[in-house]
Design a protein around this ligand. Structure first.
Ligand SMILES: *Cc1c(COP(=O)(O)O)cnc(C)c1O
Length: 461
């Protein structure tokens, strides 16, 4: 029996990759003020910035788009999506939105009053921002193991149940809900175990609080449960996902991840009164409840994507391709966030280039070298992203995020070579300083300057 886990698809439509020279990339990066968010797509060969909305749709999804129903009210594509989502999740009300953050805004608008608290394993950036915008407080209670990149705990997305209970006991009057993000994106695409989800739900309900999910990567989380949790190996990913969704009183989902579409989101609820209020707000900000900010064809593509994502040969390939890259880097001795997660590989840049102080942004230095070396775009998740002027972040990570069904194994081999050659001359890397930054979300637009001239071009591709 062959051992290689192959891409379980063949390619019938191609998109050329921009090929550039080292000299061109030096110019592009300088023009972008040494901030890869300011690069253009045509300047990037392999783009690992994000897995959000960047994947490839299947022939079945494109086919579904052609038969999508664009009726304003009562679109058949909506009813198709509703059926698929109800079957998967058991939730009564299926509310489409244009993307995950719109679902979050509506959910928290109807559930979080100023002064109230949301307790989560970890809030994603937009989730936290929406809670705070509505006057709430977002508290992260992920287990302590998650803050040590070298710890091999198989479920580093788990919530610390003792701390959750303590918050519910002492601040219960102010808690609006308990929210579990699956997988934990902030913490490295780390999964939450089924046992932890059940225990968190039991605690929430014991204190009379609703239990919600941020389910952007529910299928990857289900697969990691199947792989890693005792007693789960014989179940299908679909069965595990169905059980997870049935634990919840509702969920938000960015469909741009495991929905396998380029745009879309869901808000699902079981409570009649809550759903009515959410739909009123939906009409105000997104659109009529049977399209919610999307075209009928988008709803049809999502209905198909939510079915395809639980195909076990897809999930096996998906997780294997991320693990394959992780193992390539691990063999080289590249310091990594452990264990491998669902959608990305994270390099610990502080360990990769310890000569660069955190104030001089080791993660950005590594991201920029990867671009110069091979036209690869990764993203810093560290002081530039999360620090404020004069502060440093607890971890300096570089995330290499895999779009779904987009790159092949030879692309991954190429990525391995690019990282290897930067790793071989890691002692030469030097830091940067910020020359201009906005007040909020500075990573996206900041301008930077290298503190030492770029290492001289060697060979180049
Ligand atoms: C992407 C993401 C969101 C926000 O969704 P958008 O579709 O980008 O608005 C929320 N939570 C998690 C965990 C995500 O990964």
């Amino acid at each position: 029996m062959a051992k290689t886990i192959i891409e379980p698809f063949r390619i019938k439509m191609t998109e050329p990759l921009p090929m550039t020279t080292r000299g061109q990339r030096e110019r592009f990066l300088g023009d972008a003020k040494f901030n890869i968010f300011r690069l253009r797509a045509s300047q990037i060969t392999i783009d690992l910035l994000t897995d959000s909305g960047t994947g490839a749709m299947s022939a079945a999804q494109w086919g579904a788009m052609m038969t999508g129903d664009e009726t304003y009210a009562g679109s058949e594509s909506y009813f198709q999506l509703e059926r698929v989502v109800q079957e998967l999740t058991g939730q009564k009300y299926v509310i489409p939105t244009h993307q995950g953050r719109a679902s979050e805004h509506i959910l928290f608008s109807v559930m979080v009053k100023p002064g109230q608290i949301v307790l989560a394993n970890a809030h994603f950036d937009t989730t936290r921002a929406n809670v705070e915008y509505l006057g709430g407080t977002a508290i992260d209670l992920v287990i302590a193991e998650a803050s040590d990149p070298r710890n091999e705990h198989p479920f580093k997305g788990n919530i610390d149940l003792a701390r959750l209970e303590q918050h519910l006991r002492t601040q219960g009057d102010h808690v609006a809900m308990v929210l579990m993000t699956i997988t934990n994106n902030r913490g490295g695409g780390q999964a939450v175990s089924l046992a932890n989800l059940k225990a968190a739900r039991e605690l929430a309900h014991r204190f009379g609080k609703p239990f919600f999910l941020d389910a952007a990567r529910f299928a990857e989380n289900a697969w990691l449960i199947k792989q890693r949790e005792s007693g789960q190996g014989q179940r299908s990913a679909r069965e595990i996902a169905q059980e997870i969704f049935r634990l919840a009183d509702g969920f938000t989902m960015s469909a741009k991840k495991d929905g396998l579409v380029n745009i879309g989101g869901l808000l699902c609820l079981n409570d009649d009164a809550l759903a009515e209020r959410a739909r009123s707000l939906l009409i105000l900000t997104e659109g009529f409840p049977t399209y919610g900010g999307l075209a009928g064809r988008d709803l049809a593509a999502l209905a198909t994507g939510l079915t395809e994502v639980l195909d076990e040969s897809y999930l096996e390939y998906r997780l294997a391709s991320v693990r394959y890259f992780y193992n390539l880097l691990d063999k080289l001795g590249v310091p990594l966030m452990r264990p491998v997660g669902g959608h990305a590989v994270y390099i610990d840049a502080a360990q990769f280039a310890p000569q660069i102080p955190k104030e001089e942004l080791p993660g950005v230095a590594l991201v920029n070298e990867l671009y110069l070396e091979g036209g690869v775009r990764a993203v810093e998740v560290g002081t530039l992203m999360f620090g404020k002027p004069g502060e440093v972040a607890p971890l300096e990570l570089v995330r290499l995020t895999f779009p779904r069904r987009t790159y092949t194994q030879s692309h991954v081999d190429y990525l391995g070579e690019v990282v290897a050659s930067v790793f071989a001359r890691r002692h030469e890397l030097s830091g940067l300083r910020i020359t201009r930054q906005p007040q909020f979300l500075r990573a996206f637009t900041a301008e930077l300057e290298p503190l030492a001239p770029c290492a001289p071009a060697k060979g180049g591709r």
